[in-house]
Design a protein around this ligand. Structure first.
Ligand SMILES: C[S@@+](CC[C@H](N)C(=O)[O-])C[C@H]1O[C@@H](n2cnc3c(N)ncnc32)[C@H](O)[C@@H]1O
Length: 272
């Protein structure tokens, strides 16, 4: 079988290796967007929450953002020591935050320790949702809320535009469509699994979140070449990456680029 070693740091298969130290800053370089903060304010009223757990916390961007929104203390959990190292370096000392190693299926935290669980950009990395929803349910006390944020196939396949840059990937490289369909969960499936796990009042929300503001196209291209924070870019060879950049050079206007992603957010509660 053809081995594409050049594609990604330290592994000879496609896809990002979360455990490779060279990828430790993949999820540290952005800030939580204002639209995300406003959505969290509206859905979970963070200032009323004593403790939150951010599962699959990556670089800790949203772990810290929850504390900044008023959650008294937040524990970020990730199964990758490399990601946790990146998060610790980025966040520095912050007494409101704890970062610890654990899996989404077994965080190692106590039953009922929390009144909010966040799983952002986590579930497309797991085939079977039930164990990670069961773990979220176990961590929550009565009245607690889970927020699951990810992209459905419908979110991913919106056409490319000067804001929705991710959309160009699928028109240029149709083979990525199959892969995305395989790993992205449909909304109905997520709702079903949350209900099957015993969550109640499941609701679904859509969010256009600003991913990043680039002062110029060149800065966007640097970020693409570094494959920062978008695991699907690890599926492209270096030649394909250059093809994408040549295409974007023609499609995108000069000046600032405001890149946005469309997300689906599922909210559910443990009834009092
Ligand atoms: C796409 S990143 C998202 C990081 C962060 N939540 C964000 O939104 O910026 C996915 C993260 O989930 C972690 N992860 C993937 N599978 C996991 C599992 N089974 N248990 C714990 N963490 C996991 C990865 O190490 C990575 O940090």
């Amino acid at each position: 079988m053809l081995k594409l070693k050049y594609l990604t740091h330290g592994v000879d298969c496609m896809g990002i290796n979360f455990h490779d130290r060279r990828n430790k800053d993949s999820y540290t370089t952005r800030k939580a967007d204002q639209t995300w903060k406003e959505t969290m304010e509206r859905l979970v009223r963070p200032a009323t929450r004593k403790h939150a757990v951010d599962i699959g916390c990556g670089g800790g961007i949203y772990t810290k953002a929850l504390a900044d929104l008023g959650v008294s203390s937040v524990t970020g959990v990730d199964f990758s020591e490399a990601m946790l190292t990146g998060a610790r370096e980025k966040i520095g000392a912050d007494r409101r935050l704890t970062l610890q190693k654990g899996s989404a299926q077994d965080t190692g935290l106590e039953d009922g320790c929390s009144d909010m669980v966040l799983q952002r950009a986590l579930i497309h990395h797991m085939k079977d949702l039930h164990p990670c929803f069961l773990e979220a349910r176990r961590l929550l006390r009565e009245g607690g809320v889970v927020i699951v944020q990810d992209r459905t196939p419908e979110d991913c396949f919106l056409p490319g535009s000067e804001e929705h840059i991710r959309g160009y990937l699928f028109s240029l490289f149709p083979r990525l469509v199959d892969q995305e369909v395989n790993r992205r969960h449909r909304s109905e499936r997520v709702v079903h699994e949350l209900e099957a796990t015993g969550f109640q009042q499941v609701s679904v929300h859509r969010l256009w979140e600003t991913r990043h503001r680039y002062p110029s196209k060149e800065r966007l291209f640097e970020d693409l070449r570094a494959r920062n924070g978008r695991s699907i870019l690890h599926e492209l060879s270096n030649d394909e990456m250059e093809e994408l950049i040549r295409h974007l050079e023609m499609e995108l206007p000069e000046g600032e680029i405001v890149e946005k992603d469309r997300w689906t957010i599922w909210q559910a509660v443990v009834r009092e």
